[in-house]
Design a protein around this ligand. Structure first.
Ligand code: PGA
Length: 252
């Protein structure tokens, strides 16, 4: 049995104090929640204050980062290393979000380096893949996603690979209010599981958790969760409000 995982990707939103208030509100709304891994991914500079709120109240909410460099330290102006994240109590890290690929030139090769580095530092990578609208309309979805998964997970051992969380996020569904249908998402996600089986082994393909992301709300989360291969969600917009994020958690 795979434990569902819901991760809130705050993107470049909320000041440190606002982030702290948000986790407190979320926690207030979900007393006794179990059976789902809950992760919030604040901007780097908010992490210490959110961490202090989590620790103060002993919340079972884990911290994630939205990106990291693959090296431990060095002359990489503006970057943050896996050691720095570990030092703040971060457990998860989003790698290769489509916004990083689109606006910051991230490639599958860079994603692979970061995934390997995260695993080497015992951080759990949430590796994002997704097709553009043009690719979908050209019937290339399967080819694009398979390629991203293969290159992103290149040279991992089956043991390491089974710890990766994969987030399938069609680019056209992100922040648009136009989510994929649960059936369409399941089709792609079961294909991702098949690719993982081909790359590694059955144990790994059964263990790896695969999320759907893109305009997930309290209204549509249940449809996604009803699918056999969908193990949770990477939530953007709806993770910025305590009410909608905690309602998603409750419904999961
Ligand atoms: P959204 O974003 O839920 O606002 O569509 C999802 C994401 O980018 O991870």
């Amino acid at each position: 049995m795979r434990t569902p995982i819901i991760a809130g990707n705050w993107k470049m939103n909320l000041l440190a104090e606002e982030g702290k208030e948000l986790v407190k509100e979320i926690w207030k709304n979900i007393p006794g929640l179990s059976g789902v891994d809950v992760v919030v991914c604040p901007p780097f500079v908010d992490i210490p204050s959110v961490a202090s709120a989590i620790n103060e109240k002993g919340m079972s909410i884990e911290l994630g980062a939205q990106n990291m460099h693959w090296e431990e330290s060095g002359a990489y102006t503006g970057e943050v290393s896996p050691l720095m994240l570990k030092d703040l109590g971060v457990k998860y890290v989003i790698i290769g979000h489509s916004e990083r690929r689109q606006f910051f030139g991230e490639t599958d090769q860079g994603v692979n380096r970061k995934v390997k580095s995260a695993l080497a530092h015992e951080l759990i990578p949430i590796m994002c893949v997704g097709e553009s609208l043009e690719e979908r309309e050209a019937g290339q979805t399967e080819e694009v996603i398979t390629g991203q998964v293969k290159r992103g997970m290149f040279e991992l051992s089956a043991e390491k690979a089974s710890n990766v969380v994969i987030a399938y996020e069609p680019i056209w569904a992100i922040g648009t209010g136009k989510s994929a249908t649960a059936e369409d998402a399941e089709k792609v996600i079961s294909g991702i599981r098949k690719t993982v089986l081909e790359l590694f082994d059955k144990g790994c393909s059964e263990k790896v958790r695969i999320q759907y992301g893109g305009s997930v709300t309290p209204e549509n989360i249940v449809d996604f969760m009803a699918m056999k291969d969908i193990d949770g969600s990477l939530v953007g917009g709806a993770s910025l409000k305590a009410d909608s994020f905690s309602e998603i958690l409750r419904r999961v």
